[in-house]
Write a protein that binds this ligand. Structure first.
Ligand code: FPP
Length: 252
């Protein structure tokens, strides 16, 4: 099963999977007396830098929170511009990602997105499906509670159909219905923009992640900041419920 925390004996000082809550675009724009959408536009550069840095440092999985289930409540104009920005970013970046062996995937309530964006997403996923470099997952129209409810529906259907008994439900069966079923849990969560909360991101998957928060606004997040987060991660002793002595005994 992929979707489980690493065991202490598998721990490396470089996180296999980094998840990022990209926050602070609006404040970055307001502080420059610009409209909020110019902050989102500036944020694309930080996405590019983060992908490059993650790949260079040996991170295998990078998951970015680009648009939450709750973000639909934002002003219509901002939502529309964000959707257009996603289409534009895909049009511009996918060939380069493909050349760099990146496999691109999307998670979230895809049926809520407009047809143009859905088509670009499918195209990007198909084009990069056989790449075996960095696995980049972008969460759009995603919420952690939504994800858990969808997984619950999937397992309820299996019980209804008689292919699974209620007593046979365990973590391994449950995670098969989650959006990141085939990806190991994040080892490190980075959140920019000064807030110290999870905001309904990967609620199940972040159970054992190290959390790193920075005041830096997303458009200013660069390789140096990424390295600060990686250095923090390398300094942590991950115990997964064991004692520090147990972890030291297996040589970590
Ligand atoms: C949060 O900042 C950011 C978002 C809701 C959008 C993130 C989108 C991008 C960075 C665009 C590019 C993404 C991809 C994957 C191509 P905020 O608006 O909540 O900032 P604030 O807290 O300062 O208002």
């Amino acid at each position: 099963m992929q979707n489980e925390p690493s065991k202490p004996s598998q721990i490396s000082s470089v996180p296999r999977h980094v998840a990022i809550i990209m926050d602070g675009n609006g404040r970055w724009a307001s502080s420059r007396k610009k409209a909020r959408h110019s902050g989102h536009r500036a944020g694309v550069k930080s996405v590019r830098l983060s992908v490059e840095t993650a790949a260079q440092r040996g991170v295998e999985y990078l998951t970015l929170f680009a648009f939450s289930s709750e973000n639909w409540a934002r002003p219509e104009d901002e939502v529309g511009r964000l959707m257009s920005l996603f289409v534009e970013a895909l049009r511009r970046e996918v060939d380069e990602l493909h050349r760099n062996n990146v496999r691109l995937n999307f998670v979230g309530a895809r049926e809520q997105l407009n047809k143009g964006l859905r088509e670009k997403i499918t195209e990007a996923e198909k084009k990069t499906a056989d790449n075996n470099g960095l696995r980049l997952t972008v969460a759009i129209a995603y919420g952690g509670r939504w994800d858990i409810i969808e997984a619950t529906k999937a397992i309820a259907r299996r019980v209804e159909s008689g292919s699974l008994t209620a007593d046979a439900i365990d973590e391994a069966e449950f995670v098969k219905g989650l959006q990141l079923a085939d990806v190991p849990d994040p080892d490190l969560l980075i959140r920019t923009g000064g807030e110290t909360r999870i905001s309904n991101f990967l609620l199940w998957n972040l159970a054992y992640a190290e959390l790193w928060f920075t005041d830096v606004l997303w458009p200013e997040f660069d390789a140096n900041e990424f390295d600060n987060a990686l250095a923090y991660f390398a300094s942590r002793q991950r115990r997964f419920g064991n004692t520090g002595e147990q972890v030291e005994a297996v040589g970590c």
